[in-house]
Design a protein around this ligand. Structure first.
Ligand code: NDP
Length: 311
């Protein structure tokens, strides 16, 4: 056990690093735990073209390295460790990793959310090369191409609509007959002539051409178990997200699917001194820039709270 820190930040996506930049510039000497996926979801994408300040775009992993370097420049102590337990019932709070235990006066949670994936080896291998879990991030790369989107919830159908701005054909691949999406979203998608339907189908394998980019999938018909190879330029997976909040169950308020609850318009959780930002609190926008924005808010909320506590 070391001395009590002023603030510990859990998570290393745009929210966590932005909170680190702000709290370190406020001289709070933050310690940031990177967690199991250092850099977060942006490390599994390629070009990011919608983050302000990069007129030519930037590679997701490069942007996260830049954010990390910026946080380190002002004195953030970055730990390549995963937090396995927290205790918010006493003050100072306790944060445990596999290796150590830390005490801290305040905590900023920025553990993000993980896009659910199909679990295919080819999906992991081709992520960023035609496979994507974010239509808003990657749709524009498919101008004039044909893509598939897996899932039939509101997100998938909203993203299918969005993808029709670029792609000449968007095929919704869904494992059963009935759509999960709300009627209004389903009707809108059905009325869109650029959207095609592959119902009662799952994707068994994703294939790439010599250029290393997606060019086809093996599709399984779930009714007669037949398979077929179908050409496509891209596969978007939109089968839901899971907020990374298991660590806080029983201690922090969260909604029924696990998004942490914060005071509306602020970043305060139900425990004074514990703040949350980024995708672990946000099932609506889920963008790097909104995560960075709430990371800044959490840092300012945290700084003011600590000041109010006489720190
Ligand atoms: P959902 O859980 O609603 O939908 C997930 C979809 O993915 C379902 O069609 C599901 O199939 C499918 N799926 C899940 N796992 C697999 C798998 N392993 N293989 C193949 N398919 C799979 O998630 P969403 O992200 O769409 O929505 C989350 C919440 O956010 C919902 O409450 C939604 O209403 C809300 N939302 C609202 C919006 C709006 O109002 N504009 C926009 C976006 C989201 P199955 O149906 O068979 O289970």
């Amino acid at each position: 056990m070391t001395e009590t820190r002023e603030v510990i930040i859990i998570g290393s996506g745009p929210a966590g690093y932005t909170a680190a930049i702000y709290t370190s510039r406020a001289n709070l000497k933050p310690m940031l735990f990177q967690g199991p996926q250092p850099g977060g979801q942006l490390t599994i994408t390629t070009d990011v073209e919608n983050f302000p300040g990069y007129p030519k775009g930037v590679l997701g992993p490069d942007m996260m390295e830049d954010l990390k370097a910026q946080a380190e420049r002002f004195g953030t102590e970055i730990k390549f460790e995963e937090v396995i337990e927290v205790d918010f019932s006493t003050r100072p709070f306790v944060v445990k990793t596999d290796f150590d235990e830390f005490k801290t006066n305040a905590v900023i949670i920025s553990t993000g959310a993980s896009a659910k994936l199909l679990g295919l080896d080819s999906e992991a291998r081709l992520m960023g090369n035609g496979v994507s879990a974010c239509a808003t991030c990657d749709g524009a790369f498919f101008q004039g191409k044909e893509v598939m989107i897996v899932g039939a919830g509101d997100s998938a159908l909203e993203e299918a609509q969005y993808l029709t701005r670029f792609a000449t054909k968007v095929t919704v691949v869904h494992r059963r007959e009935e759509l999960r999406a709300s009627k209004i979203m389903a009707d809108r998608a059905r009325e869109n002539p650029t959207i095609a339907w592959a119902l009662n189908r799952t994707i068994q394998e994703i294939h790439a051409g010599d250029d290393g980019k997606v060019n086809a999938v093996t599709m399984l018909n779930t009714q007669d178990q037949s398979t077929a190879n179908v050409a496509t330029d891209g596969v978007f997976v939109s089968i839901g997200h899971k907020p990374n909040s298991d660590l806080f169950k029983g201690q922090l308020d969260m909604n029924d699917v696990g998004y942490l609850t914060v005071t509306p318009g602020r970043t305060q959780t139900n425990i004074p001194g514990v703040f949350a930002c980024g995708d672990v609190t946000d099932h609506i926008y889920r963008q790097a820039v909104t995560a960075a924005g709430t990371g800044c808010m959490a840092a300012i909320d945290c700084e003011r709270w600590l000041e109010g506590q006489g720190h």
